[in-house]
Design a protein around this ligand. Structure first.
Ligand code: ADP
Length: 162
């Protein structure tokens, strides 16, 4: 049987415990999970594409069936190019649900070969958002339950130098 590949795309600016949890859960189900760091020209990121790639790669360097890549186009095009049938998304709230439901319908219109699989956020991470984490960090809040240690250090360094 063909390998069941899934893509988990996002900006990961920075990657949080919430993202890590989704990747690990997906990696138990799919043969291969590719975390695709989006080079989103519309969204102003604190970290460069290379920095986000490095952080994400470091987090999953020991997880055999998780690969990391970057992409600047439509995620369904990435899937077509690499023979991926499933998109992974996380849902934290009704707001995420509404947005993700329309995105998944839109993506199916663009490429009917690709479907989206949703993972509900764990209760510890349900309020965790990269943007919110950056705000908390600016005010010196405790990041240990939100970010992996290395990511938290990088974020504090970046905020001190900016
Ligand atoms: P954010 O929405 O935090 O800026 P991304 O754009 O990187 O993050 O989101 C990529 C995907 O990860 C989206 O499907 C988003 O809903 C999901 N996600 C983000 N944070 C969490 C979390 N804490 N728990 C579960 N899913 C999450």
């Amino acid at each position: 049987m063909a390998k069941q590949k899934a893509v988990y795309a996002g900006s990961f600016d920075p990657p949080t415990h919430g993202h890590v949890d989704i990747v690990k859960r997906a990696a138990r189900i799919f043969d291969e999970v590719v975390v695709v760091v989006a080079e989103n020209i519309k969204k102003k990121c604190l970290f460069t594409i290379q920095e986000r790639l490095d952080m994400v790669s470091d987090l999953f360097s020991k997880t055999q069936n998780v690969k990391v890549d970057s992409y600047s186009g439509l995620v369904v095009e990435y899937c077509k190019k690499h023979g991926v049938q499933t998109l992974i998304r996380g849902i934290r709230s009704i707001t995420d649900y509404e947005y993700e439901a329309s995105m998944s319908r839109l993506n199916r219109e663009l490429n009917a070969q690709v479907d989206t699989a949703f993972f509900m956020a764990q209760k510890e991470y349900v309020h965790l958002k990269s943007d919110m984490v950056k705000e908390i960090a600016q005010f010196g809040g405790d990041l240990s339950h939100m970010l992996p240690d290395k990511v938290a250090k990088k974020l504090m360094q970046r905020l001190r130098s900016s």
